[in-house]
Design a protein around this ligand. Sequence first.
Ligand SMILES: Nc1ncnc2c1ncn2[C@@H]1O[C@H](COP(=O)(O)OP(=O)(O)OP(=O)(O)O)[C@@H](O)[C@H]1O
Length: 252
Amino acid sequence: MQDSKISVSGLNLFYGENHALKDINIKIHENTVMALIGPSGCGKSTFLKCLNRMNDLVDGVKVDGKVLLDGEDIYDPGVDTTLLRKKVGMVFQQPNPFPMSIYDNIAYGPRIHGIKNKSRLDEIVENALKGAAIFDEVKDRLKAPALGLSGGQQQRLCIARALAVEPEVLLMDEPTSALDPISTLKIEELMNDLKKRYTVVVVTHNMQQAARVSDETAFFLLGELVEADETMNIFGHPKDKRTEDYITGRFG
Ligand SMILES: Nc1ncnc2c1ncn2[C@@H]1O[C@H](COP(=O)(O)OP(=O)(O)OP(=O)(O)O)[C@@H](O)[C@H]1O
């Protein structure tokens, strides 16, 4: 098995009095896709957002424990969260392109990080769009508004936008739940490709999707991580009865 890209130990998160994540310990390996599954409200999105400190933006949140990215604790007080979120990019459930051109959506992040040179930006935009398997569909209308794309195209554009700042980890929060089956398939194929260069962590409600796209799966229940293992073991030979009950549809 590959090295751990992310190593989480003793992670607890409270939203006020609500103990939403309870003593989570897990390793996420480099160049793999990890799926997070579990019933609604079990803490999947909360856990995902701990990996780039997006929860810091919520009032009244308290986090303790360690989240190591390449061995460095991302919760150390000295960590620059802007740089952290550059390394650990995120794609959300609803495609959320900015109300600007396709080109400017992708160039936005690199420009913020100081890249001004036109030919360098052109190159970044092209590579990011290619990396998200959407370049051929948009190459003749880069100056057109991003909001004119279909939902599935918008989501791949958002993936391209995340790739443009050269992340190492890509977090995806139910990235296909607002999409039709064909767009979903495209994103699933893309995930398989993305793991060659990035480490991907994806929240999904769709267990077939978890089985199709991921190398490892983590099952959460009521804020606890019940088990995490290779996907074929989780779906074929789960160790915990609760995992078996969930994947066989007995609850959730
Ligand atoms: N911003 C917030 N403020 C307060 N409580 C929150 C917040 N976000 C989530 N919670 C609570 O934390 C718990 C875990 O929620 P979370 O969204 O992580 O679950 P989830 O497994 O991703 O659910 P779903 O599958 O429905 O998206 C829930 O009890 C939820 O109500």
